[in-house]
Design a protein around this ligand. Structure first.
Ligand SMILES: O=P(O)(O)OC[C@H]1O[C@](O)(CO)[C@@H](O)[C@@H]1O
Length: 426
């Protein structure tokens, strides 16, 4: 398995015949379409059934974008940006550029300074835009697109339309109307795949391919996960194991999960994971609150709370077995920094010691620990990892009797905002 799960407690004693039967019932209901929210289970078989023609069209479009632009501005929020951002950050080696275009995100926040400075940054560079919104009516990206569409038309006139790519619903939404009116190239967000489960659709694939990464490898990792994780094997299926552990810890009085990473490249996988689990599970007064830390950085900040604060936390470490480029500590002639005891050790080994030391410290502070190990940070592994999380998330939510695929709570702020801004009808 590409993801391996370890637990600081006794996993075996958590697995009862009743729990296994419950999980099997969940699997059956997902398969026969009777699970809550089954209309949004399109992501489940997507990696094995994705249309090869769609993949080719995405790759051809990515090539075209690379020929016409230095920068691709990707406009979107939530699931319409976090998947591609997570993959791009995880794959990009520190201080190295990807081989394709530079990707810059917009529309994920409302900031005049951000947009104004972005447009100044774009001056003098060749630009393309991919605007992504499943509903086609989310306010934050719509505002960003209004400015960027205007910017593109001023710079490129009629030809702006050749540089604007729209990813939205096939049949409805304001963005679809604009795309049709202006004759922009269009990609579809499938009806039965919600935003936070959409990373393997055009939503994630077009920006990732435009940046120069292999979407074929990403999809083949996801497909392997789909095939390997299909059976409810409590002994060997990591998606089932992670769901069982989360459910156990939640019921044992730990309502907060902290995902801890030791590689900065994974910080946007954390952000994607927070949306995935937070929006899927946090309903009806239930659900684990998903939080995140980057270690060592946060050992010198939130580490104090984790060690010693209110006992309601469990941690999930993501351990990357091999990280590529590395450095080895050398013996110094004069040991004035007193680091010669590290001579001969690679920084990956030292980082491993940080991880082990933190695990021991937090365990002794009463913080249960799950460890997810992955072999490397490449397309295949990241594809596998993200599919693993989506599947495990569905099981976790169903174990709480929650529909994983809606997000009714997000509406309240939107209604208030429309009222505050005097939108007609509010
Ligand atoms: O793709 P859209 O429709 O713009 O939605 C963006 C995000 O907004 C939410 O609907 C929440 O409002 C998320 O679930 C979604 O990922």
């Amino acid at each position: 398995m590409t993801v391996n799960v370890n637990f600081s407690g006794n996993y075996q004693e958590l697995v009862s015949p009743e729990l296994t039967e419950r999980l099997q019932t969940i699997a059956n209901k997902m398969n026969d379409g009777t699970a809550a929210g089954s209309d949004f289970l399109g992501w489940k078989n997507w990696p094995s059934t994705i249309d090869a023609e769609l993949v080719s069209r995405i790759q051809e479009t990515a090539k075209k974008i690379q020929q016409q632009a230095d920068v691709l501005v990707v406009i979107g929020i939530g699931g319409s940006y976090l998947g591609s951002k997570a993959v791009l950050e995880a794959l990009r080696e520190p201080f190295k550029s990807a081989t394709g275009v530079e990707i810059i995100f917009a529309g994920h926040l409302v900031s005049g300074a951000y947009l104004k400075n972005l447009m100044t940054y774009l001056d003098g560079k060749e630009v393309a835009v991919n605007v992504i919104s499943k509903s086609g009516k989310t306010t934050e990206p719509a505002i960003a697109f209004r400015f960027l569409q205007d910017y593109m038309e001023k710079r490129y006139g009629q030809k702006a339309a050749e540089r604007i790519y729209v990813t939205t619903d096939a049949e409805k939404g304001a963005l679809l109307d604009v795309a049709k009116e202006k004759d922009y190239a269009r990609f579809v967000v499938p009806d039965d795949i919600g935003g936070r489960y959409s990373v393997f659709t055009s939503v994630g694939l077009l920006p990732i391919a435009a940046a120069g990464y292999s979407i074929e490898s990403l999809l083949s990792g996801a497909k392997r996960a789909e095939q390997e994780l299909v059976e409810v094997h409590t002994d060997t299926n990591p998606a089932i194991q992670y769901a069982i552990l989360r459910d156990h810890l939640y019921r044992a009085g730990y309502p907060v999960e902290i995902m801890a990473v030791f590689e900065e490249r994974l910080t946007f996988v954390q952000e994607w994971w927070k949306q995935l689990f937070g929006e899927s599970e946090g309903k009806e007064g239930k659900g684990i609150f998903p939080a995140s830390v980057l270690y060592s950085t946060d050992l010198h900040s939130l580490g104090q709370y984790v060690q010693d604060g209110k006992r309601m936390l469990f941690e999930t470490f993501v351990n990357v077995e091999s990280v590529g480029d590395d450095l080895v500590m050398q013996q110094a002639a004069n040991d004035s920094d007193e680091l010669n005891y590290l001579a001969g050790k690679s920084l990956h080994e030292v980082n491993g010691a940080v991880q082990q030391a933190t695990a021991e410290a937090h365990l002794s502070g009463g913080v249960p620990l799950i460890t997810l190990s992955i072999p490397a940070l490449d397309e295949d592994t990241i594809g596998y990892l993200l599919y693993f999380y989506m599947l495990s998330c569905a099981y976790s939510a169903y174990l709480l009797d929650i529909n994983p695929f809606d997000q009714p709570g997000v509406e309240e702020y939107k209604v208030n905002m429309f009222r505050i801004l005097n939108k007609p009808g509010y």
